[in-house]
Ligand binder design. Structure first.
Ligand SMILES: [Fe+2]
Ligand SMILES: [Fe+2]
Length: 244
């Protein structure tokens, strides 16, 4: 099954610029992990505060996109993905994530609460996700599945029609990403219940009235933050009513 049939690497806009932004180009990630500057960054990372309103929600989506957009260049740079088809997929998906970041920043305009340079990656945490081809692909599966749950969960709270359109136009792409990386990883193309980071007992009932009749349950921002934190790739503290 080929879910991304028209790979065109000329359209990949992310690689060098984003890798530079995150300090990943030309420096092995293992070296990054031992660089004192990274430790310094852990104590100075800007706190990200998300209020429980449209602006908070869309900025939270932006954060997820930033993490996805950082992950794929690092995955390609790791040297663990050698199959050309897999590299093409990850490259293409990475270009989508960079486009999502740019798009959300355009939609938010002056309401963007942080710049990309304000985000501080935890190099050790990132390295731990890049130790093998399987680890990378399975991390990608988790990230993409989480993106779908997060956008779906945020949707009912959005009131600004432009923001709703923006989020809706992205979530369907995240669903395709999920299916694509699941295919690469040899896993079911839709997420089985057993793969979910949030199990039935902890799903918000108000967000999930259709449980058992549809895939892609809705997660609250708080649940998404907990999942993101489990990756240990972001040094920035996260707070605010949206995730309280
Ligand atoms: Fe994305
Ligand atoms: Fe994605």
């Amino acid at each position: 099954m080929n879910l991304l049939p028209t790979l065109d690497l000329d359209r990949a806009i992310f690689s060098r610029r984003r890798a530079l932004k995150w300090g990943l180009l030309g420096i092995g990630t293992a070296l990054l992990a031992s660089t004192p500057k990274i430790v310094m960054a852990q104590t100075r990372a800007k706190t990200l505060t998300f209020n429980a309103n449209d602006i908070g929600i869309l900025n939270f989506a932006l954060l997820l996109e930033e993490l996805e957009a950082a992950f794929y260049p690092a995955a390609l740079k790791s040297g663990k993905i050698t199959n050309p088809k897999e590299r093409d997929y990850l490259s293409e998906i990475g270009s989508h994530e960079a486009a999502h970041v740019a798009f959300l920043r355009q939609v938010l305009g002056s309401n963007a609460l942080f710049q990309s340079r304000d985000l501080s990656l935890n190099a050790a945490g990132l390295n731990a996700l890049l130790t093998s081809r399987d680890k990378i692909l399975n991390t990608a599966v988790t990230l993409e599945d989480l993106g779908v749950h997060a956008y779906n969960g945020a949707g009912p709270s959005l009131t600004n029609p432009t923001y709703i359109l923006a989020a809706g136009s992205i979530v369907s792409v995240e669903g395709r990403h999920s299916a694509a990386v699941r295919e690469l990883a040899g896993r079911p193309s839709t997420e089985p219940d057993r793969d979910r980071l949030v199990q039935d007992a902890n799903l918000a009932a108000s967000l999930n009235p259709f449980k058992g009749r549809a895939y892609d349950e809705l997660y609250t921002p708080k649940q998404v933050v907990a999942a993101v934190s489990s990756f240990k790739i972001l040094n920035n503290p996260i707070n605010g009513m949206l995730v309280a």
